[in-house]
Write a protein that binds this ligand. Structure first.
Ligand code: ADP
Ligand code: MG
Length: 351
């Protein structure tokens, strides 16, 4: 594993990893560019030397880039937060809260996890059921990004229950209950949830300039060197290690979903990891790359997956009606579309 990281940093120097290093297949799937601050600084005292702290967590490469003087304990606590989230939300960790729910069909949770379920079910309702955390059994049958990805049989798919309306949330008891033939999966929202937790924690420790990158789920805290925007590049969905857009941002989250992240190929067909609840097959979308930008990483994460599933017309409608969230989509025909409220400084890097 180390040689991969080594090679990575050798090649990219001022670039940092953005999206999804696929654990199982040892594949790096999306990249972020952090523009280097000007090489010649007028005021050397202002310059922060950032240190990238990288670990595998939540099934992906997680990096926390902060001032090198930030206490080691704070960094360790950040990775502890990620482990805690994994112990809550991972479907593949058999000891996680979600695994217990999937086995025992009822579990008691804390308020935060309860709210996450509530939000997820609201989003299912607001997306014609396209965003659906009740797809756990389907995700598990396909096992895309796992050890044994395969095309499930029609018989297997016929047995699953994905009706999210049957999830019972009891706010007083803080319990979640699912039917016997249902499993849940929070893969489309977990990294955003974790990123928001890290932001709160780092700010509570007085860290006001940082970049969190959880497998491409990005949050920038404050400004670079407390004086300039951060440059965040978006991976081209068709060309590995190439960026197609660059954003200049501060204090914001950016999340991209696409089919190039996790997939397997059989007989020349690509089967990717965003599954359409209507067909129980990988979603056929007119969007190739779906980027959402806004204050909450949880919301960006869930919306980027949702927009991919909805296709661009419905997605534009959804995002145009949201105040704080903006979208950029690359369509199948390579057009790049922005939501009406898009006001981020950006550059398109392709013709
Ligand atoms: P990534 O986690 O690779 O960044 P996404 O955020 O787009 O990608 O989420 C994809 C993951 O969400 C899948 O791997 C699966 O766990 C889960 N998922 C798949 N289909 C759906 C769906 N229709 N609704 C909600 N979650 C889904
Ligand atoms: Mg997502």
């Amino acid at each position: 594993m180390h040689h991969l990281f080594g090679a990575f940093f050798l090649i990219i120097d001022n670039l940092i990893i953005l999206k999804d290093y696929n654990f199982m297949h040892k594949k790096i799937i999306l990249i972020t560019l952090l523009l280097s601050c000007s090489l010649i600084s007028c005021n050397i005292n202002k310059e922060i030397t950032y240190k990238d702290n990288v670990q595998i967590a939540l099934g992906t490469v997680c990096s926390i880039k902060v001032d090198e003087n930030v206490d080691e304990d704070i960094i360790n606590n950040c990775f502890n937060v990620l482990s805690e989230v994994e112990n809550e939300l991972s479907r593949t960790n058999e000891f996680s809260l979600i695994s217990i729910l999937n086995r025992e069909k009822k579990v008691k949770v804390n308020q935060e996890v309860f709210d996450l379920f509530k939000y997820s079910i609201d989003l299912a309702k607001n997306s014609d059921g396209k965003f659906n955390i009740a797809m756990g059994s389907v995700v598990s049958l396909w096992d895309i990004g796992g050890d044994n990805p395969r095309i499930p049989s029609d018989d297997e798919l016929a047995l699953v229950n994905i009706n999210y309306e049957e999830i019972i949330l009891n706010e007083d008891a803080l319990t979640i209950e699912i039917p016997n033939d249902m499993e849940v999966d929070l893969g489309a929202i977990g990294k955003g949830y974790a990123a928001d937790k890290l932001v709160s924690y780092l700010k509570s420790e007085g860290v006001y300039s940082a970049i969190i990158n959880l497998g491409g789920n990005i949050v920038v805290i404050g400004e670079k060197n407390n004086e300039s925007n951060w440059g965040i590049g978006i991976q081209h969905p068709d060309i590995s290690n190439e960026l197609f857009a660059l954003f200049n941002v501060k204090d914001i989250s950016i999340v991209t979903s696409g089919t190039y992240e996790r997939y397997f190929e059989k007989d020349g067909i690509r089967y990717h990891h965003i599954l359409d609840p209507t067909t129980l097959y990988p979603s056929i979308s007119d969007i190739k790359s779906s980027t959402i930008i806004g204050p909450s990483s949880l919301i960006c994460d869930s919306l980027s997956t949702t927009c991919f599933l909805l296709g661009y017309e419905k997605s534009l409608n959804l995002i145009n009606n949201m105040e704080d969230y903006q979208a950029m989509f690359m369509l199948e025909n390579n057009d790049i579309i922005f939501s009406d409220n898009f006001d981020i400084e950006y550059e398109i890097l392709i013709d």
